[in-house]
Design a protein around this ligand. Structure first.
Ligand code: URA
Length: 185
């Protein structure tokens, strides 16, 4: 388990390893960036103010972490002072995230924010370009691809509420795609 991995320096300054929350094996898996102070304290992803907004966003399309969503981050440890994770830190942790997704085997992925979308898809564009268009996440160690949609990070939406209408479109698109894949198996 990642908790026993000593190859990333962020573990030294973190209080807890933040692995996942929600329903393991759910059809929808949300991938954020990194734990903040609240998440580090509680050992769970998305439990602070941006997590509360994420919960409301999911609820708006009938989803919840108690019933239908599994949640994790690119990094399981909080970067000190919530600084941006370095490319090296991301590169060190990404194989764990990839395997985590493959084992959780969701039917659709939602990337919350640019860090998660860029690092999992190997893309350089910013979130404004990446959001809203379905991508295929190729499972590096397993067969087939998982449909993936990037949207704005809830922390960004709290700072820029004018972008909520775009996020709402993304959520509706997620709901539609989920209904399709569930129906068609
Ligand atoms: N932001 C994230 O990307 N992940 C969390 O768990 C909390 C805030």
């Amino acid at each position: 388990m990642i908790d026993g991995f000593e190859g990333c320096g962020l573990k030294i300054t973190a209080t807890n390893t933040v692995f996942a929350d929600g329903v393991a094996g759910a059809d929808v898996m949300v991938i954020g960036e990194a734990p903040g102070a609240d998440e580090d304290r509680q050992g769970k992803p998305f439990v602070g103010v941006s997590g509360q907004l994420l919960d409301r966003m999911l609820a708006s399309i009938g989803l919840s972490r108690t019933e239908s969503v599994y949640i994790t981050n690119i990094l399981p440890w909080r970067p000190p002072g919530n600084r941006q994770p370095t490319p090296q830190e991301i590169a060190t942790c990404i194989p764990f995230v990839e395997r985590h997704i493959e084992l959780a085997a969701p039917k659709v992925l939602m990337f919350a924010g640019g860090t998660s979308a860029k690092s999992l898809m190997g893309r350089k564009e910013g979130i404004t370009r990446l959001r809203g268009t379905w991508m295929d996440w190729p499972q590096p160690n397993a067969g087939g691809a998982i449909p993936a949609l990037a949207t704005y990070h809830p922390a960004y939406l709290l700072r820029s509420p004018g972008q909520k209408s775009s996020a709402w479109k993304d959520l509706l698109s997620l709901r539609r795609r989920l209904d399709e894949v569930v129906k068609n198996g």
